[in-house]
Design a protein around this ligand. Structure first.
Ligand code: CAA
Ligand code: FAD
Length: 379
């Protein structure tokens, strides 16, 4: 097995690191405090190619591999996890789903603009009464011949008020269970489509999370992705790759907190020496570094599986399960290393600790990742 990153990988990693330091770091505390969406920064990310990294260049993307995507996600997430969730949703849920399963017309009409970041997209599966149990959704898309009539509510939608294109999963034939579900492309501004108020969140506060309400929205038939009844498999298949993105987000949050803890431990003095000289602090750093390295290897393994067309459902779920726990554990310890200073906003680690929690919840909770992994093991 070759663990060596290529020149291209290193260049992408460096470009993402540079962008995060120069464009995302300034103002990140204020954006978090005021729940301000990083609109200008996301625009620049699009211009630099971070929003359609893996999309074929013929549709405006970067044509890169998943390993490059993991490396860039880690660097962006070290500094601003609110920006990286926008990046993750646009790349691995919206662009990937459309490129893999969309028609040529849909790719020309939507993917070309999503891949360049001219517009951003949202992925709408969860509902007030259906999160983990995704097949029990109540949003309906009734077949009216040349269009679907969409009714219902989607919850917790990332990019809820900033997206232009929404991939909405809805029930067409309840009697058919998961085989009666469709995925539809809904455009912002379609009559009957309303956006609810912004959620006031613990973490990733700069990201834009809303519920969406659909009342008799007419969605043209040509906006259905794939065959009739393919919507649930579309969602599951897309989420398998999405989980690699969120695993890398968790990895970045953890490594960002670790880097801050190392720096601080060499500066802060207690009992006449830098706190890094106390073995209790050294052991915390050793645990953090070991866990982060293991999480990184799992992320890269899942990315490699995807790039080599091997099955990546299990490895992606393992990466997300493990990296999200590492993000939580590492950020808690990074706050501890900072003592009281870790508890205030200026030192960044409290934000990283709040941001870490979501990685154990969205794109399938940790319990759901264990279901996905164990089903694969016992197949
Ligand atoms: N790829 C393709 N098809 C898949 C699949 C995959 N990865 N996983 C399952 N399927 C297929 C199955 O083969 C099955 O089809 P057949 O009957 O034809 O074989 C069908 O889907 C139903 O599968 P299950 O019987 O396994 O379904 P289930 O009801 O037991 O649910 C589950 C399985 C894994 C728990 C699933 O419901 C799940 O993943 N829940 C979590 C939902 C989730 O992750 N939501 C995230 C929302 S997006 C988000 O959160 C974005 C963000 O924050 C930024
Ligand atoms: P529930 O499913 O009600 O789960 C509650 C608890 O029960 C959890 O601990 C869960 O693990 C556990 N549980 C449930 N079933 C089982 C079981 N079978 N075995 C063991 N334990 C179980 N969704 C989208 O579609 N698009 C988005 O863009 C999006 N962005 C989000 C952004 C944010 C900030 C948040 C908070 C959520 C977002 N979500 C999005 C929704 C997210 O995917 C769901 O919150 C998540 O899937 C969990 O669903 P739930 O909240 O309904 O929890």
């Amino acid at each position: 097995m070759n663990f060596q990153l290529t020149e291209e990988h290193l260049a992408v990693q460096e470009a993402a690191r540079e962008f995060a330091q120069t464009e995302l770091l300034p103002g990140v505390i204020e954006r978090d405090e005021h729940q301000k969406f990083p609109a200008e920064q996301i625009k620049k990310m699009g211009e630099l190619g971070f929003l359609g990294m893996m999309v074929d260049p013929k549709y405006g993307g970067g044509g890169m591999d998943t390993i490059s995507y993991v490396l860039a996600m880690e660097e962006i997430s070290k500094i601003d996890a609110s920006a990286s969730v926008v990046m993750s949703v646009n790349n691995s849920l919206v662009c990937w789903g459309l490129e893999k399963y969309g028609s040529e017309e849909q790719k020309q009409k939507y993917l070309t603009r999503l891949a360049t970041g001219e517009i951003i997209g949202a992925f709408c599966l969860s509902e007030p009464e259906a999160g983990s149990d995704a097949t029990s959704q109540r949003t309906t898309a009734i077949d009216m011949g040349d269009h679907y009539l969409l009714n219902g509510t989607k919850n917790w939608i990332t990019n809820g008020s900033t997206a232009s294109v929404y991939l909405v999963i809805a029930q067409t034939d309840v009697a058919k269970g998961h085989r009666g579900i469709n995925a539809l492309i809904v455009e912002r501004g379609m009559p009957g489509f309303e956006i609810g108020p912004k959620e006031n969140k613990l973490g990733i506060r700069g990201s834009d999370t809303h519920s969406l309400m659909f009342t008799d929205v007419k969605v043209p038939k040509e906006n259905r992705i794939g065959e009739d009844g393919f919507g649930f498999k579309f969602a599951m298949s897309t989420l398998s790759g999405g989980r690699i993105g969120i695993a890398s987000q968790a990895l970045g949050i953890a490594s960002g907190a670790y880097e801050l803890a190392v720096k601080y431990s060499k500066e802060r003095k207690a009992f006449g020496v830098e706190i890094a000289k106390h073995q209790a602090i050294q052991f915390k750093l050793a645990d953090m570094a070991t866990n982060i390295e293991a999480a990184r290897l799992l992320c890269l393994q899942a990315a490699y599986d995807k790039d080599t067309h091997a099955d990546y459902g299990k490895s992606g779920a393992m990466a997300k399960l493990f990296a999200s726990k590492v993000a939580m554990d590492t950020t808690i310890e990074a706050v501890q290393v900072h003592g009281g200073y870790g508890f205030v906003k200026e030192y960044h680690v409290e934000r990283l600790m709040r941001d870490a929690k979501i990685t154990q919840i969205y794109e399938g909770t940790s319990e759901i990742q264990k279901i996905v992994i164990s089903r694969e093991l016992l197949k």
